[in-house]
Write a protein that binds this ligand. Structure first.
Ligand code: URA
Length: 258
């Protein structure tokens, strides 16, 4: 940021808007326009349709992929989603209500990757729709984006019992779906929300506190690790909110660069 008073004012207002979006009530300067309303959370028609009709075989087996042309992205997405929805690769499929494949703009420049579905996501089949999801929507809004503009998914597509941390076998079984999603999306940046997402993408055992705030690379794509919104809700301190704000500012800046 320059020392120009107008830039400083814009930066301060943006930070206050972020704080406001995250629920801080005590700061309401007159110049602070209402934060943009979070966008509606209606799934895309194509996603809703494939969720109801997973195109799996009669015994739930994945459909054949051999005939798919690499350039036919729509067919590859359909095939990938159908395979994920029919997946029985790890024991988590036994307790699931829904596979939470992911949703959003398949041409997105920015992808958010979380850990795995919670109870609300398992019940609806949609990622980040519970309390953590509402906070994520606010973070996305404070970045000047709408939920529909980005793509949101998780490392695990099925809910671990009691929302426990994914185990290595589950991550190994499920992460190929994430890898295919990211290959098809080819975004400009990925935000890894929390340790499991950052560790899976970056193949490290470091914790999120050490990883966050620095650009890393996943197959040539920039990854910004940051705190998971559920952690922000649990640890609702100025330091944690500022850390997420700083990390998201780096992402906004990178997206704005040509
Ligand atoms: N937490 C996650 O990591 N993902 C979700 O979809 C919801 C909560």
């Amino acid at each position: 940021m320059s020392g120009n008073p107008s830039d400083v004012r814009q930066a301060v207002l943006a930070r206050l808007r972020f704080e406001q979006a995250l629920g801080l009530e005590c700061l309401r300067p007159r110049a602070l326009a209402p934060a943009p309303a979070p966008a509606a959370e209606t799934p895309q028609p194509e996603e809703a349709a494939t969720r109801r009709d997973p195109a799996a075989g009669p015994r739930g087996e994945p459909p054949a992929t051999a005939d798919l042309k690499p350039g036919d992205k729509a067919a590859r997405w359909k095939d990938l989603e159908a395979r994920a929805l029919a997946c029985t690769q790890c024991p988590l499929h036994q307790g699931r209500q829904h596979v939470v494949f992911g949703e959003g703009n398949r041409e997105a420049k920015l992808v958010f990757v979380g850990e795995g579905p919670g109870a609300d996501e398992d019940a609806t089949g949609r990622p980040f729709v519970g309390r953590a999801g509402q906070l994520l929507d606010k973070i996305i809004g404070a970045m000047g984006l709408a939920r529909e503009e980005v793509y949101i998914c998780n490392v695990l597509k099925c809910r671990p019992p009691g929302n426990r941390t994914p185990n290595p076998q589950e991550v190994a079984a499920c992460s190929p779906y994430l890898e295919e999603q990211l290959e098809l999306l080819a975004p400009k940046a990925i935000v890894a929300l929390g340790s499991p997402a950052a560790r899976t993408l970056l193949r490290t055992s470091e914790g999120i506190t050490r990883l966050r705030g620095r650009w890393m690379l996943y197959k040539g794509v920039r990854v910004m690790p940051t705190y998971h919104p559920a952690f922000v809700l649990r640890q609702y301190t100025k330091e944690v909110r500022k850390a997420v704000w700083d990390d998201m500012q780096l992402v906004v800046k990178h997206l704005a660069e040509a």
